[in-house]
Design a binder for this molecule. Structure first.
Ligand code: ATP
Ligand code: MG
Length: 428
């Protein structure tokens, strides 16, 4: 992509309305623009990050056999009257009337809609469990939208649901989502701690929030330090959920099994929440399955959310420095940018262009900074935006067949031969 053609409105100064670093950097790096409180336009650079996060989530959902569908943003009030939540949900729900005076709402979540869907599909106990997810915009009229996309009113969520014939099936589904979440966050380049969460009337230990640790987190979490020494990719479910990790509401210092010196007390950003809630919705809405002896039983359900748009902010909270964002390569808007050091030196400009054309044939993850700006300005913008790798093509290096390779993570610059660029890019 040619940067000169993109909507990429960078800001030199910190916007006054932004209280946290991720919000400041997203505005300064031209990723988002606010329309009204808590509602944002995603500009090209922001949307690419959002899409890359979605891509990783989709792959890991497929890996556990969870199929994607897409439910609408608008829902009929009747569904929520069936479950009993229409009145209890309160002011966070945006209620709408259509031209026939029919009550609709902009979905804050989808338990009711999917329960009605599965009920109508009349699943057989022989093909249980049923797993499904979608990635869809939600609306919650948060009383205090803040921290940019981290607490928005309109936000993108991946919400998955599992339906099983019995509790053991529901527990097995819970386990596979729990493990998929560890993989997703690891691929996103962060540690997200599974923190025990309140289960409500069902009890048990099958509700976890996943928290990214960062000073600006809204929750206080207490975590056994030993957890941080684990290799998440090799961790087993029983062991992972056995570590002590609790948020404020569930942490009682007098009952804590971990000695104080082994307990990390940190701020956390909730980026995911998984929950087993038994037959709460299925019983109220008549979503049943016929089991072996021709008896009908309500389905055992679980719900599994990830805050996809919140994650964009949370990843920045975890990865930034004085120069700007430091994206993990897996979610950077582009893996590589190419810059001609001297915009008025025809040779280096045409060489840069040629490198750009070659590499963008391999995949579309290359940005060509062809803006008519000084090199210093371009490099500062690319650093702010957090592009992991930059090739600087200038007359001096070209004399010896070399370009400069700048790495965002280490800040290092290395001269590399023109002939090796394809190979290098393939390894980014
Ligand atoms: P919170 O306690 O932060 O309000 P929640 O418990 O209301 O979150 P869930 O209903 O479990 O959230 O939704 C699943 C996920 O959606 C959350 O883990 C979070 O990552 C994300 N999320 C929830 N509310 C918002 C919001 N207002 N803006 C952005 N993301 C959100
Ligand atoms: Mg909430």
């Amino acid at each position: 992509m040619r940067l000169s053609q993109l909507l990429f409105p960078t800001l030199r100064d910190d916007p006054k309305e932004a209280q946290v670093v991720s919000h400041r950097l997203m505005l300064r790096a031209g990723m988002i623009r606010q329309n009204v409180a808590g509602i944002y336009t995603w500009l090209p650079m922001g949307l690419r990050v959002l899409r890359k996060i979605e891509g990783i989530v989709r792959e890991e959902m497929a890996a556990i056999g969870c199929g994607e569908l897409l439910m609408p943003t608008l829902q009929p009030a009747e569904l929520w009257q069936e479950s009993g939540r229409y009145d209890s949900y309160g002011k966070e729900m945006l209620r709408i009337k259509d031209r026939h005076e029919r009550d609709l709402l902009y979905g804050p979540t989808n338990e009711e809609m999917i329960t009605a869907l599965v009920r109508d599909c009349k699943p057989s106990y022989r093909d249980m469990p049923k797993l499904a997810y979608h990635i869809q915009w939600k609306f919650r009229d948060e009383i205090r939208p803040r921290f940019g996309v981290m607490r928005g009113r309109e936000f993108l969520m991946k919400d998955a649901y599992s339906f099983a014939a019995d509790k053991a099936g529901a527990e097995a589904a819970y386990e596979s989502f729990f493990m998929a979440y560890l993989k997703i966050f690891s691929r996103l380049g962060v540690t997200a701690v599974p923190v025990r969460a309140a289960t409500g009337p069902i009890g048990g230990d099958l509700s976890h929030e996943f928290h990214i640790l960062a000073e600006t987190g809204e929750s206080q979490v207490y975590v056994d330090k030993a957890y941080f020494a684990e290799n998440v990719n090799e961790l087993m479910f029983t062991k992972a959920k056995g570590y002590y990790a609790a948020a404020d509401e569930l942490h009682d210092p007098s009952q804590c099994p971990i000695p104080p010196e082994q307990l990390a007390t940190k701020r956390g950003i909730e980026v995911g929440h998984i929950f087993y809630f038994g037959t709460k919705y299925s019983a109220a809405m008549g979503a049943t399955v016929t089991v072996a002896n021709a008896q009908s039983v309500p389905l055992e359900m679980g719900a599994y959310g990830i805050g996809v748009s919140r994650l964009v902010g949370a990843l920045i909270e975890a990865h930034h420095d004085a120069g700007g964002i430091r994206w993990p390569v897996s979610v950077a808007p582009y893996r590589l940018a190419i810059v001609a050091a001297k915009p008025d030196d025809e040779d280096s400009v045409s060489k840069a262009e040629q490198i750009y054309r070659n590499l963008s044939q391999l995949d579309g993850d290359v940005l060509f900074d062809d803006r008519p700006e000084r090199m210093g300005t371009k490099l500062a913008d690319l650093e702010l935006l957090g592009i992991p790798h930059v090739f600087v093509v200038g007359p001096k290096g070209l004399e010896n067949g070399m370009v400069d390779w700048k790495e965002r993570a280490s800040g290092k610059t290395t001269a590399v031969p023109l002939a090796g660029l394809e190979h290098l890019y393939a390894h980014f």
